[in-house]
Design a protein. Structure first.
Length: 272
């Protein structure tokens, strides 16, 4: 037994002697920062990409303005195409008491109101983007539009805004479907644009897959915003938070004033 223990101890000493001590690694000196040329080129790529996206969005807005002027009779997007149409006719059941006018499109006489034009805007813009970039990118582009509208809404997010947002998402989905169908049909140029316009008008007037007013009961039956590709969009924006903060400050000041008035009356009673 002792011989075995002595052998093991000798073996352990030998293995320990073979272990080399860890060397101290000195930190690297004179590490050079990223080259300025690389940073400049990266910034240039970002700026160019942003400019191209901006120009494309502007082209979408321009084409939507032109199409709504020609199809619906009035440009409410950019207000660059002049029209003699005025909302001077009585409301209809579908317009929910909104004033209307009549627009002739091919063989159809269309009753037009503001929310109906808005429905055409979303469907046609989404169809253009889906035709040119596919369903996925078109969806993300118009989801970004909903986030922008939410962020810059100066009146806060009301119940009407929430229903209108839900309606916009549904109309975007309908437009994307029509745009993809035009691409799959192998249409190009004017033929593709004519196909998209005609099918959107049919979706508005006949099968009602484009919702033309935020009060339409069909809005209550739509899937959730997350199911339509727009998750995590808050129901309140910065304006709402500011209004809530102001309301709380006002209530706190009133409560403090009432309390001070109560104690002041007590002090006056003790003095007199």
């Amino acid at each position: 037994m002792k011989s075995n223990e002595s052998k093991e101890s000798i073996f352990n000493l030998k293995t320990l002697s073979n272990i080399k001590p860890l060397r101290y690694i000195k930190p690297l000196k004179n590490t050079k920062p990223l080259p300025k040329k690389w940073l400049a080129s990266t910034l240039l790529v970002v700026l160019i990409s942003g400019a191209l996206i901006g120009f494309y969005v502007l082209s979408i807005l321009w084409r939507v303005s032109e199409a709504e002027h020609q199809v619906m009779g009035k440009d409410l997007m950019l207000h660059v195409f002049k029209s003699d149409k005025v909302f001077d006719r009585p409301p209809t059941i579908d317009s929910y008491m909104a004033a209307t006018y009549v627009q002739n499109y091919k063989t159809l006489n269309l009753n037009v109101w503001r929310d109906k034009i808005n429905g055409f805007q979303h469907a046609y813009g989404s169809a253009l983007a889906a035709y040119e970039w596919g369903d996925y990118l078109s969806d993300k582009l118009f989801v970004a539009n909903e986030f922008a509208e939410w962020m810059f809404d100066r009146d806060g997010v009301s119940e009407r805004d929430l229903r209108d947002r839900h309606r916009d998402l549904a109309n975007n989905r309908t437009g994307r479907k029509i745009g993809v169908e035009a691409w799959n049909a192998g249409l190009h140029g004017r033929d593709a644009d004519e196909y998209i316009r005609d099918h959107i008008v049919a979706a508005i007037e006949f099968d009602r897959s484009v919702i033309t007013h935020w009060r339409d009961p069909i809005v209550d039956t739509l899937p959730s915003e997350a199911a339509m590709g727009c998750p995590n969009l808050p129901r309140k924006n910065g304006y709402d938070c500011l209004q809530m903060a102001r309301s709380k400050v006002k209530k706190t000041r009133q409560r403090i004033a009432r309390r001070l008035h109560f104690y002041w009356n007590k002090v006056e009673g003790l003095i007199t």
